[in-house]
Structure formats: C-alpha cells, structure tokens
Design a protein around this ligand. Structure first.
Ligand SMILES: [Zn+2]
Length: 156
C-alpha cells in the first residue's frame, strides 16, 4: 500500500472556461493555465504520481511544451493512469477537496465522480470529491483562484 498527496492552484481570469474534475462549470470567469487549468485533475495526477514516486505533473507534462497548450486535463489523467499501471500499481481510492468560494460546486460533484472514476476504470465509490468555501478568507475566499487537494491509496 502506498499513499500519495497532491495540491494545485490556478488563478481566475476573465475569458477562460472553468473546468473542475473533468466537468465544465457554468461561471462568468474561469481558471488560467497552460492546459485547461483543471485544478482538481492536476491535484489527483500529482497524488497518483507521488504515491508511485514517479515525480510530478510538471515533470511528465511540462507547461513549457506547446503540445500541452490548452490540453484537456482528462488526457493527462489518462496518461498518468497508464504510467501507474505500467509501474504495476492499482488505485484503491481517491479523496479530493476543492477550496472554492463561488460558484457552488455541489450540483456537479456526482458528475465529477462518475467522470473521474470512468477515466481511471474505477467504481464511483472509490472516488470522493468534496468542496468547501474558505469562509471568504484567503485567495480562494477573495475569488482570486481555486485550490484542490487530493490523497490517493495505491496497491502494488
Ligand atoms: Zn494545475
């Protein structure tokens, strides 16, 4: 059994789409990044890579590489899944927390769980997604950005 932890932050910007957990969220602004800036998937990728001691998302998918510009982070998650299975690991469970003030994420949580578990060929019961506000404190509370935390357990 191996545990892994991931953390990611992206800033809000006008004219960007808001992608969280593989789902496009209706909002008047979105997150800025080299990829689609899906902070949830990035935290999960880092947790998975960390648990396997395979480095981090920046090592495998550098933001200096034009081929990752604007890429759907679901592709990065699928590539991370393949790296883990090549290394002989299987995922036992994933738990994530999104720190976001607005918009409300609750209506999207189940769709995120189904999407993420499908990509990872897991049961939705193995993938937890939670969201919290930060009580208007910090950069998330000021609606400047979104952070996400993920922990995973691997077998292998
Ligand atoms: Zn990121």
């Amino acid at each position: 059994m191996r545990i892994g932890f991931g953390y990611d932050v992206h800033r809000f910007a006008e004219g960007c789409e808001l992608w969280l957990g593989g789902i496009k969220i209706a909002h008047h602004k979105g997150l800025l990044g080299h990829s689609d800036a899906d902070v949830v998937i990035h935290a999960i990728c880092d947790a998975l890579l960390g648990a396997a001691a395979l480095g981090d998302i920046g090592k495998h998918f550098p933001d200096t590489d034009p081929k990752y510009k604007g890429i759907d982070s679901k592709i990065l998650l699928a590539k991370t899944r393949d790296l883990l299975s090549e290394a002989g690991f299987t995922i036992q469970n994933i738990d994530t927390t999104i720190a976001i003030q607005v918009p409300k994420i609750a209506p999207y949580i189940e769709l995120m769980r189904v999407t993420l578990s499908g990509l990872l060929t897991l049961d939705p019961g193995q993938v937890s997604v939670k969201a919290t506000t930060t009580e208007k404190l910090g950069f998330e509370g000021r609606e400047e950005g979104v952070s996400a935390y993920a922990v995973v357990l691997l077998e292998g």
